[in-house]
Design a protein around this ligand. Structure first.
Ligand SMILES: NC(=O)c1ccc[n+]([C@@H]2O[C@H](COP(=O)([O-])OP(=O)(O)OC[C@H]3O[C@@H](n4cnc5c(N)ncnc54)[C@H](O)[C@@H]3O)[C@@H](O)[C@H]2O)c1
Ligand SMILES: [Zn+2]
Length: 448
């Protein structure tokens, strides 16, 4: 790891005086949920709720999961501990503003004193939003939504405890203060980001990964891959501006920093070692368990450092979905799974960003299997892009945005949907123009 006394990264020559003029930040903060990990550890959740003194618990999940072993395990534990609960299984996969509002209404009516979310990012994020707005009943929905789409207000109300039980190895949502939804009116994804909404406890039970079908393992695993790569290559926190005048206004996504770096790199190493095995063999408990941990590790990293262009560009890719229906997703509506929407632009994005901090891009390529013994640093972006393409090809990933229904004619709309994502796009190490974004979408139409 680099010397932390350096102003940002080793290759940056920024001097403190100039930074003061630009009002850049000088500090970062790590916020992480408590985490408990263990095979079968879900059986403890009933006791956790007893220990919290919970009298009315809201259990959230989605319809598909409500028939599967992870929800069974939670129900058994709640019943055994005599917990009074109501179940909401109406979570929309890839949630929308309306599906958040439906869950919020359920939460407001229920007057719950604790929440349990059993599912992937869709369920955990919906539950975070339900807890927030039920705890702040007079707020407008847009009050807490990220600016410029919403007002981005700081959360000052106390929330109820939320226990998250992740069932995918992907979002790391059990560790983060982020909740993402598809804002239908704008056909673009956005979210709520505040340390206040992070779960009180994440219960990571690797047994829950065993029921995941192949494509859900793959797509959620690509999310881990991009969380790690983007947070490791993000703009360093000391180059992000403005510096908040009150720490409550320091964003959750602060830029790369020495602590997030450790988690991102470690997660990337696990992805390199285990993702293919986890996808190909549902019986490979070691691989699936390791990916479940990698998801949390990457979450700890990116939940504080942030992500950048793959995520910023993914929000319109998901939001503008036409008719794409992914294999293995047991839902009736069209959707582009989040992990797929981020990974399809990754070769183009890292070829573009590697101009800044190329050594980090090369390091990532090496972790993902590239032989860099004779590599030139100026080729770092191309080497990482090729490594990613090969990785995706080996895993039968759709051949670019064209394969999921987009054409050149969609590029202006895709760019337009990326522009309001400045919360993440401004964390790209290399600033980008609208023309750059167009070129990145175009380069992502076909991968192989
Ligand atoms: N909060 C964050 O920090 C964060 C980070 C990244 C992504 N997200 C958001 O999370 C959502 C994506 O979440 P996800 O990738 O975890 O998937 P998901 O929650 O959307 O679930 C995808 C599908 O997998 C099924 N599924 C989940 N676990 C299963 C299991 N163990 N066995 C069988 N089927 C299972 C679900 O029923 C669903 O049909 C997106 O909305 C994305 O924007 C949030
Ligand atoms: Zn993500």
């Amino acid at each position: 790891m680099e010397d932390v006394s350096c102003f940002c990264h080793a290759s940056c020559s920024e001097v403190p005086e100039r930074a003061t003029l630009r009002n850049t930040d000088y500090a970062f903060e790590m916020a992480i949920s408590n985490i408990r990990y263990g095979e079968g550890v879900t059986k403890e959740i009933g006791m956790d709720l007893q220990n919290l003194g919970a009298k009315r618990v809201c259990l959230m999940t989605d319809r598909n999961l409500s028939q599967l072993p992870p929800v069974d395990a939670v129900l058994n534990s709640l019943t055994k501990s005599g917990i009074n609960f109501q179940m909401y299984d109406n979570v929309w996969v890839e949630p929308t503003d309306q599906s958040f509002l439906d869950a919020i209404e359920f939460a407001k009516k229920g007057e719950f004193d604790a929440y349990v979310a059993v599912g992937g990012g869709s369920v955990i994020d919906t539950c975070k939003a339900a807890n927030l707005y039920a705890s702040s009943p007079s707020s407008d929905f847009l009050d807490y939504v990220n600016a410029p789409i919403g007002k981005g207000k700081a959360v000052t109300v106390p929330l109820k405890p939320l226990i998250a039980v992740p069932t995918t190895a992907g979002t790391g949502s059990e560790t983060t203060g982020v909740a993402i939804f598809d804002f239908k009116e704008l056909k673009v994804k956005t979210g709520i980001a505040s340390r206040a909404i992070k779960p009180t406890l994440g219960i990571i039970d690797p047994l829950h990964t065993l029921s995941m079908p192949e494509r859900i393992v793959a797509n959620s695993g690509f999310d881990v891959l991009c969380h790690a790569l983007e947070s490791y290559t993000a703009l360093p926190y000391k180059m992000r501006s403005p510096c908040p005048s009150n720490p409550i206004n320091r964003p959750a996504y602060q830029g790369s920093n020495p602590i997030s770096d450790v988690w991102a790199l470690h997660a990337l190493r696990i992805v390199a070692k285990y993702l293919k095995r986890a996808i190909r063999n549902p019986e490979d408990r070691e691989a699936r368990a390791n990916m479940h941990l990698a998801s949390a590790f990457a979450g700890i990293g990116f939940g504080n450092a942030g992500v950048h262009l793959c995520h910023g560009m993914s929000y319109p890719i998901s939001g503008l979905v036409k008719t794409y229906k992914p294999k293995d997703y047991n839902v009736d509506h069209s959707l582009v799974p989040h992990g797929l929407s981020v990974v399809l632009t990754s070769p183009a994005v890292f070829a573009f960003t590697a101009q800044v901090h190329p050594e980090r891009h090369l390091e990532a390529a090496e972790i993902l299997g590239a032989d860099i013994r004779t590599a030139r640093i100026k080729d770092a972006g191309l080497i990482l892009a090729d490594t990613l393409r090969k990785f995706l090809f080996d895993l039968n990933v759709d051949d670019g945005l064209a394969a999921i229904g987009y054409s050149k004619a969609d590029i202006p709309a895709l760019v337009k949907g990326t522009l309001p994502q400045e919360r993440v796009t401004k964390l790209s190490p290399r600033p980008q123009t609208e023309e750059d974004l167009s070129a990145l979408f175009e380069a992502s139409m076909k991968l192989y």
